[in-house]
Design a protein around this ligand. Sequence first.
Ligand SMILES: Cc1ncc(COP(=O)(O)O)c(C=O)c1O
Length: 450
Amino acid sequence: MGDKSLDNDAMDIIERYLYGTWMLQKKWSPQLLISDGEGAYLIDKDGKKYLDFSSQLVCVNLGYKNRELIKALHKQIDKIAYVGPALGLEIRAEAAKAFASIAPKNLIKFVFSSSGTEANEDALKIARLYKNPCYKIIARYRSYHGSTATSMSLTGDLRRTVVEYHTNVRGTVFAPDPYCYRCPFNLEYPKCGVACAEYLEYMIEREKNVAAIFMEPITGTNGVIVPPPEYYKIIREIADKYGVLLIFDEVMSGWGRTGEWFAHQRWGVEADIMTTAKGASSSYVPIGITATTKAISDYFEDHFFAVGHTFAYHPLAMAALTAVIRVMKEHNYVYHAKRLGGYIRKRLFELMSKHPSIGDIRGVGLFWAVELVKNRNRKTPFNTDEDKILGRPLVTGEVASRMRELGVLVMYWITHLVIAPPLIVDTDDIDRGIDALDEALKVADEKVEK
Ligand SMILES: Cc1ncc(COP(=O)(O)O)c(C=O)c1O
């Protein structure tokens, strides 16, 4: 006989046996018990419907119960669920061809894995093998690149700093962020001359041995930071001048979210390596992708390619990827995200004058952040990294809880909410999400300094 109390309450079981991620465990309990999902909506065990206004972790880009995706996965699992990466499989060819059809044209050879973290680990290893003996990587403070030792050594945010002794991987140096709202140089665009980009030349000259620059083209979790238009052109030029690779982490920003297949394409620059994950399978199954140029792929013709995973090119991931690309093309979701970007921008900016707790609104396509402050003039944040580490309540979390009561789920980090609905939403869905945000922001407004 099992333990009846355990049998009866899934929430208790989850809380008792499973760690909550990135938090004090005494603060952990699952927010909702989800029993179903359809389109952009999740449904809890009591039948209450929630608009998923952040596509979970900005990953369920095509929403729930997409029939095409489900069909493709069924078909593949009925045929064959796994064979090792050394064997050929039709679905591998289909997925490779489909991905090549939408990948930036200069990226011609790929290795597939099971997560954004792995995709970044692979990218780093490839870059360091290719650039050996150069090994240093320039990343940014406001960044997240994954949860293993090496990918975390690139991560600038507190998820690295709390475990720095563990991520003791040599060679990452951090560059200033193109975070115009709180410019690290206290300058203003355009008078700043995009100093945050130009500064990389100074870094490369003094650091020596720099192998690569590793960046989220639009910073995701750490605030949907869209750099000034010239930023990546300057960085690409500096990278070329010094023979440094430019690696774009499109794990969150890819897959149409910004109105381009991949965010960096909006600036007309090319990556030497691009990584992606999340939306590649719409998160129906785990996936990671690392894409490289011909120069890099040529190099490995006669140099040992020290990369591999049991789940590399996993048949189910390949089936999901192929279906995602087909569905996105058929429904023109990349263009849809671009078009809806104007609408969501308009609706978000309407909130600015009503809510003194809004410090900044920024984003593009269906990828936005609303940064909250307790003093708009001084840009004073409500919370700090320390609050998060010590498990103190976050004002962003309180706003998100109120939105949840109102039937809208939103992702939040220390200073901001991330608004990134599935690409399948329409203007009515956006209105529903923004109306809930409008109401929930009263929680933050009450805490603003008088
Ligand atoms: C930009 C970026 N890179 C890498 C990762 C890590 O991906 P995963 O959680 O799939 O390992 C994330 C996850 O949120 C991310 O946002």
